[in-house]
Design a protein around this ligand. Structure first.
Ligand SMILES: Nc1nc2c(ncn2[C@@H]2O[C@H](COP(=O)(O)OP(=O)(O)OP(=O)(O)O)[C@@H](O)[C@H]2O)c(=O)[nH]1
Ligand SMILES: [Mg+2]
Ligand SMILES: [Zn+2]
Length: 359
């Protein structure tokens, strides 16, 4: 690693990225990290500070996929001479992790949210916003991008301790074992726990609906009003306050990416009001005759049996089917995967037992 590269470590650069860059970039190019994207304009930072950058003509001509364009958190190789006012981005260094979502509408395209994230802070407000199904969908998205999840419950000051306890219980009962931190940006309770979690040189991205206190939390962590937040406290309906994604350096050396609330992410009509977790269904699915049962028409399907018996609510089943058919869910869900891993673990154990018995 060169001396300049060593200085980039404070922004998250390490041997892994250095290795990727060596294969891709001529030596006269510099690397920098994207801290903000505004249409075709980029703001990048390196050891010399922040400066503006744009894409090279060659990049624009050879890059077709929207997801291949630089996004917040990306490392890019660029030309930026000492007399240049603007850097010219040549390539995006391969991403170690990423957060992406399905683009709006019916397209199968993805939209990048952020790249090279160490942990995602999945935020829900205890009041109005709390929803296990949506939480699970965020977990799928986060796992898909090789990012570690942490769950933050904001506005704890607006619900009773009993409600909060019940919500945390619901998360645990759904089999989600990510760390959960309840906090209030008003009283400050729990905020220091979040601060303690953030390590220097690591990058964190906040995800969640609009109006739940993501920017307020970042302001609290910084200790001053850097980001615009909604002035009037309301239930989160309406316009977005944060309009662009940007990477913010905390005094501690940890980096945080604020994102505009994702409203479409949770909207699925029937979803609201069916607070129950899919955990029930995955639990049932363990008893299906076929391991790859789709719970649609297979013989010996424990899910369909439960539906027939009435122990599984039809709305819950329909919601499950609906989510399954979404492309975001084509990949196995977080819980399903975990349960399969557990089943596999049990299988290994019993094989080991058999082996012991035979020898
Ligand atoms: N009671 C209470 N209000 C909060 C808390 N956190 C944030 N708020 C209020 O909630 C409103 C929305 O907060 P923001 O930080 O703008 O929300 P956001 O998640 O950044 O929203 P978008 O930028 O639209 O995605 C503001 O009026 C905050 O003062 C909290 O812990 N308790
Ligand atoms: Mg915001
Ligand atoms: Zn089945």
């Amino acid at each position: 690693m060169s001396q300049a590269e060593q200085q980039l470590q404070q922004f998250g650069w390490d041997d892994w990225f250095a290795e990727q860059a060596r294969e891709l970039t001529p030596t006269e190019q510099r690397v920098a990290r994207v801290v903000a994207v505004d249409r075709e304009q980029f703001v990048v930072m390196d050891e010399s500070g922040e400066y503006r950058a744009r894409l090279s003509g060659r990049f624009l001509h050879t890059t077709g996929e929207a997801t291949d364009f630089p996004c917040v958190g990306d490392w890019v190789a660029l030309r930026h001479g000492s007399s240049d006012t603007i850097g010219i981005i040549q390539t995006v260094i391969p991403r170690r992790s990423f957060l992406r979502r399905k683009a709006a509408g019916n397209s199968i395209d993805y939209q990048m949210i952020a790249a090279n994230i160490d942990a995602a802070l999945i935020v829900q407000s205890c009041q109005f916003d709390f929803n296990i199904n949506r939480l699970e969908r965020y977990l799928v998205m986060v796992r898909d991008g090789h990012v570690m999840p942490v769950i933050l419950l904001t506005k704890a000051d607006l619900v009773s301790p009993a409600t909060l306890e019940q919500q945390i219980g619901q998360i645990k009962n759904a089999g989600i074992n990510a760390e959960v931190i309840a906090l209030s940006n008003i009283t400050g309770e729990g905020v220091d726990k979040v601060g303690a979690l953030l390590c220097p040189g690591k990058t964190y991205c906040l995800l969640g609906s609009s109006g739940i206190g993501k920017s307020t939390l970042i302001n609290r962590l910084i200790g001053r009003h850097l980001l615009a937040t909604r002035v009037v406290s309301d239930n989160g309906e309406g316009r977005h306050t944060t309009v662009r994604r940007e990477l913010i350096m905390l005094e501690s050396g940890a980096m945080l990416i604020d994102t505009p609330g994702m409203r479409e992410f949770g909207i699925l009509g029937a979803e609201e009001g069916i607070g129950d977790s899919f955990a029930d269904i995955y639990q049932l699915a363990l008893a299906c005759r076929y391991k790859d049962c789709s719970h649609a028409n297979e013989p010996g399907c424990a899910v369909l049996n439960a539906l027939e018996e009435g122990s599984l609510h039809p709305a819950q089943y329909q919601n499950f089917v609906k989510l399954r058919s979404e492309s975001a869910f084509h990949e196995m869900s977080y819980l399903e995967k975990r349960n399969k891993d557990k089943a596999f673990g049990r299988q290994i154990k019993s094989i080991k037992k058999d082996l012991k018995r035979n020898f």
